[in-house]
Write a protein that binds this ligand. Structure first.
Ligand code: NAP
Length: 275
């Protein structure tokens, strides 16, 4: 038995995606959504694993709690400090992995939004930002983090302790034209949750030029508020996070079964049927 745990959880598309993976690979699988009241994560996840649970996905706001209960971690899990995938291994021990970053990287490569030396401006310093940094710097990219609350971006910088590949700037610094022209970002990733409320992070439009790629981790049936803003200010290529959603799920599926689904087919099916 498999499940996704979160709060809120009602709108999660993970059960649908995993159903499509299981159908594609002729696997019989039960995958549920489980709502977890705040402060009940440990009780509920332990109950699940004691009563037939084999694998779990973890979403907002429990990725750090999930990291804390792991007996073993993949390298991605260790480096991120937050996990979105759990698996029961020998002697009922729990293995944790973070597939958000590798899922994002795979999608960015598929749509040709990234290369090994990309200079990335990362907006946000929450759980999603923390999960995606390691695979991106490991790939060779340089990341500048900027966030509404400056302290939270400094905390991320301290967590990764890699000043060669990561720097932090204040939101106000995005209005400093000399700084922006010197760096000339190749890719801007919105890892804030601002698009959920149709808002846009308070950054300068000077960052947008006609060769920049713009990616919003959020996805919806309409273009997100952030991507609309990027196009308005001259960006030519934008993408939302639906591809990442499918790719990160595929890496979870791989951790559980050792088989990788064909995500290109699933993405097409998913867009057609479920949006
Ligand atoms: N496509 C995928 O597979 C995938 C996977 C994971 C997450 N996501 C998406 O990624 C987004 C972030 O998720 P998360 O888990 O990191 O959430 P989180 O831990 O709650 O962090 C939220 C981040 O957004 C910032 N923020 C919130 N509202 C803002 C606003 N109006 N203006 C500017 N900044 C704002 C916060 O800044 P402060 O530090 O100042 O509070 C913080 O950096 C969500 O939209 C989520 O749906 C997508």
């Amino acid at each position: 038995m498999f499940a996704i745990f979160g709060n809120p959880i009602k709108h999660s598309k993970s059960p649908t995606i995993h159903k499509l993976f299981a159908e594609q690979l002729n696997i019989l699988q039960q995958y549920k959504k489980i709502y977890v009241p705040i402060n009940k994560f440990n009780n509920i996840i332990n109950y699940f694993f004691k009563h037939g649970g084999y694998g779990a996905n973890i979403t907002i706001p429990f990725k750090k709690n999930a990291y804390d209960i792991c007996d073993f971690l993949t390298e991605r899990g260790i480096k991120s400090g937050v996990v979105n995938t759990l698996k029961i291994i020998k002697n009922n021990k729990i293995l944790g992995d973070n597939t958000d970053g590798i899922g994002l990287l795979k999608d960015l490569q598929k749509i040709n939004f990234i290369h090994k030396n990309s200079n990335i401006l990362l907006l946000g310093a929450g759980g999603a930002a923390q999960g995606i940094i390691y695979p991106l710097i490991n790939f060779g990219c340089k990341i500048t983090i900027t966030n509404r609350t400056y302290k939270n971006s400094c905390n991320l910088l301290n967590h990764f302790n890699n000043k060669k590949h990561i720097e932090v700037i204040k939101i106000e610094d995005t209005y400093n034209i000399t700084h922006i022209k010197n760096i000339n970002y190749d890719l801007i990733i919105n890892a804030t949750s601002s698009s959920i409320k149709n808002k846009i992070p308070n950054i300068s439009s000077n960052i947008i030029h006609n060769n920049i790629f713009c990616y919003d981790l959020f996805y919806s049936s309409n273009i997100t508020s952030f991507l609309k803003w990027c196009l308005y200010h001259g960006a030519k290529q934008v993408s939302d996070g639906m591809g990442m959603l499918i790719e990160q799920a595929a890496y979870s599926f791989f951790l559980w079964y050792g088989i990788m689904p064909n995500t290109t087919l699933i993405l097409k099916k998913f867009k057609k049927k479920y949006l």
